[in-house]
Design a protein around this ligand. Structure first.
Ligand SMILES: Cc1cc2nc3c(=O)[nH]c(=O)nc-3n(C[C@H](O)[C@H](O)[C@H](O)COP(=O)(O)O)c2cc1C
Length: 448
């Protein structure tokens, strides 16, 4: 049995549902998503459980692809609310001391200067706990909120994202460590020889710099990424330090792990310095029967099929309202969608044989794209340990069936079991997120 230490990350949503579409109807869900107190509570719970990090997903539009309207998303509560993440993280930063804080920001709709400044600021204000989940966004509804008619093509989004990362990492390097002098008497504020223009000039972006925020405690925030197509994996191999996957079972996860780590090595980086974490739902009970009952009663009956199709259409950037539930999902259809292609390919492999729209919608609603472990704390710890030992992952991104209860259950019943087995920390040892994840502080690139 391996004793590699496990990373645990909370997969958070600043809105009305978790990624599980029925979560807002769960009897134990708190409807506090419009209050600062709610997010502060989540931060405290996860920090008590010594989680490495909590990060928030994002979407820049209401789901409006299904039937060409947002009506069903609004009526059924299929992710119609998404708050601004920098404000939410600021609230959590104020009530926590150790846990890493991450947000999803789009390389397709934001600009490098804006993103570099936001995360450098967060890293300073948290003493080095910031992380950025780099996404290219998923659909036309988002494009239409930012002055475009349709979303950029799949590979083009990644080309743009490469430039975006060159520009943002460049901006983070415009200040050298030790540039601030702050000599009151002489009036010498900072050393101009240690603050540089960037002069980035690419196909998509040109940024003069320097950044208006001094070099941050972590050098740069920790970079997360979740693309799972071939182009997405190459992008992750170049930039990501933590890779979030939607691998549905242990076989898929093992082959993804091997392939991704090989791509990282081929690109000249150390594969051990990049962590791969699949998304995982846990349903914990005091006994196995109790956990199964919770799964049955609270999970399998809360999702309206139309809510599920609404979210599927949003994620795939394809209107499924014209298809019958028993219609097969063909290879041609997958090729024609411009949204998250890797997700459907993954589901095909997992389900096997003919996959129908009902299969896809069912997964979208109840599993999204990760496994679900059901049982007592010890049983869930067994399965987590098994995935780690099989080199299927370096830890997990924990998604919530309901909130905050799913995290309270994890912290009360599963984390102590992992700690007893020596698989997970009992206290934070480092002061920054990089320290806690065992990631190096990046060298600063030399600028003129
Ligand atoms: C588990 C998972 C979570 C994701 N979360 C987000 C998100 O919060 N916001 C977003 O715009 N895209 C999100 N994405 C989309 C990816 O960032 C990426 O743009 C998408 O998967 C398309 O790339 P691919 O075809 O390489 O997978 C997520 C993808 C996966 C697999």
């Amino acid at each position: 049995m391996t004793k590699r230490s496990m990373s645990l990350v909370g997969f958070m949503q600043a809105g009305s549902t978790t990624v599980y579409a029925g979560s807002w109807r769960h009897p134990a869900t708190e409807h506090g998503f419009l209050s600062a107190r709610y997010y502060a509570k989540l931060g405290r719970i996860l920090e008590e459980g010594c989680f490495d990090m909590m990060f928030f997903d994002d979407r820049l539009a209401m789901p409006g692809i299904y039937g060409g309207s947002v009506a069903e998303a609004v009526r059924l509560g299929a992710r119609p609310v998404k708050l601004d993440l920098s404000v939410v993280l600021g609230v959590i930063a104020g009530v926590t001391d150790h846990i890493g804080l991450g947000a999803t920001y789009s390389t397709t709709y934001y600009s490098p200067f804006h993103v570099a400044r936001t995360f450098a600021t967060l890293d300073h204000l948290t003493g080095g706990r910031a992380a950025w989940n780099v996404v290219t966004s998923v659909n036309d509804s988002e494009a239409q909120n930012y002055g475009f008619t349709e979303h950029l093509g799949h590979d083009e989004r990644y080309d743009r994202a490469d430039e975006f990362l060159e520009a943002t990492t460049g901006l983070w390097d415009t200040w050298e460590d030790g540039a601030l002098v702050l000599e009151r008497e002489s009036g010498y504020f900072a050393d101009p020889a240690k603050v540089h223009e960037l002069g980035y000039d690419g196909k998509w972006f040109s940024v003069r710099g320097p950044l208006t925020v001094p070099r941050c405690p972590q050098g740069r925030p920790v970079l997360l990424q979740a693309g799972s197509s071939g182009r997405g994996r190459d992008f992750a191999a170049r930039w990501a330090e933590l890779i979030f996957t939607g691998d549905l079972d242990i076989d898929i996860a093992r082959s993804h792990y091997k392939d991704q780590k090989e791509r990282i090595a081929q690109g000249g980086r150390d594969p051990d310095s990049v962590k791969m974490l699949p998304m995982l739902y846990t349903v914990v009970g005091e006994s196995h029967a109790h956990a199964e009952e919770r799964e049955q009663v609270f999970l399998n009956e809360l999702v309206d099929p139309v809510a599920s199709l609404t979210l599927l259409s949003e994620l795939m950037n394809h209107d499924f309202s014209g298809m019958a539930l028993e219609d097969p999902i063909t290879d041609e259809l997958i090729e024609s969608v411009s949204g998250v292609r890797g997700l459907v390919q993954n589901m095909h492999r997992h389900i096997g044989g003919t996959v129908t729209l009902a299969d896809l919608a069912g997964h979208r609603a109840t599993l999204l794209q990760g496994p679900r472990f059901v049982g007592t704390g010890a049983e869930i710890a067994d399965q987590m340990e098994h995935w780690m030992a099989a080199e299927a992952c370096d830890g997990f991104v924990i998604a919530a069936t309901h909130c905050p209860g799913a995290y309270e259950d994890m912290v009360r019943l599963v984390v102590p079991e992992l700690q007893r087995r020596g698989l997970f920390r009992s206290r934070y040892s480092g002061s920054t997120l990089r320290d806690n994840l065992g990631l190096p502080r990046p060298e600063r690139a030399v600028l003129a």
